[in-house]
Write a protein that binds this ligand. Structure first.
Ligand code: SF4
Length: 227
């Protein structure tokens, strides 16, 4: 059995969400079922800009495990793209990483219903439902059944990418409709100046709503301030 891999890298720091700052190995799977306008990993899906055949590696499950375990980090972050597109391979991977004393978290856009086996095989789910700022219609970016399953697992955190403070109301509506918890809010920005500016814009209201606030550590550390 094989997987389509975009990249495997580390050790580095998890840059976002509940585990931000933790030493991690990253396993980035290729392909996505969405097309967010501000996507920061378009090389996993955007065939108009990238030759996916040339930049995607097809690896066996065993090769993937071997390469990830060679990275000295206690946390394995499985991300994408949308890793749930290759859900049938993830239970085995998660089991292998756990058997080798690695903690596993999966980052997903929350549009694909997880199997019970996979839900239980993963300790931490970072579910990032997309808002209207993604440029996608609601029916494409929100899957009620998937959100309910993730939420009822007790293993999921819901992370929203926000461009403007007004969008926090959109987050609140989803929180109420699906009783999502815990909520994390993260700024949409690609420079350290932008990350800090947007965090300052949304921090007070995020706090008032008793939500968590995430920075984007990898961008702050890169210090890219081109715009
Ligand atoms: S869901 Fe994630 S990987 Fe897919 S297009 Fe949106 S931001 Fe990019």
């Amino acid at each position: 059995m094989s997987l389509l891999i975009s990249e495997i890298f580390g050790p580095t720091y998890q840059g976002e969400g509940p585990s931000a700052g933790q030493l991690a190995a990253f396993l980035r799977l290729s392909r996505c079922n969405l097309t967010c306008t501000w996507c920061d990993t378009p090389e996993t899906w955007d065939t108009s800009r990238y030759d996916l055949t040339a930049i995607t590696r097809r690896m066996t499950d065993a090769q993937v495990v071997h390469e990830v375990l060679a990275i000295p980090a206690p946390l394995v972050v499985i991300t994408g793209g949308e890793p749930m597109l290759q859900m049938d391979r993830l239970v085995w991977l998660a089991d292998m990483f756990r058997a080798n004393r690695r903690r596993v978290e999966i980052e997903t856009n929350g549009t694909i219903v997880p199997s019970n086996g996979l839900l239980n095989a993963v300790r931490q789910w970072n579910v990032s439902p997309k808002l209207a700022n993604s440029g996608l219609p609601y029916r494409k970016r929100i899957n009620s059944e998937a959100l309910r399953r993730f939420n009822s697992s007790g293993r999921a955190a819901f992370k929203f990418v926000v461009e403007h403070p007004a969008e926090l109301e959109e987050v609140a509506k989803l929180e109420t409709e699906y009783r999502l918890a815990p909520i994390w809010v993260m700024p949409q920005a690609t420079t350290s100046v932008g990350v800090l500016a947007r965090m300052r814009e949304i921090a007070d209201e995020t706090l008032a709503r008793r939500w968590n606030l995430s920075s984007r550590l990898h961008i702050l550390l890169e210090g890219t301030d081109v715009r």
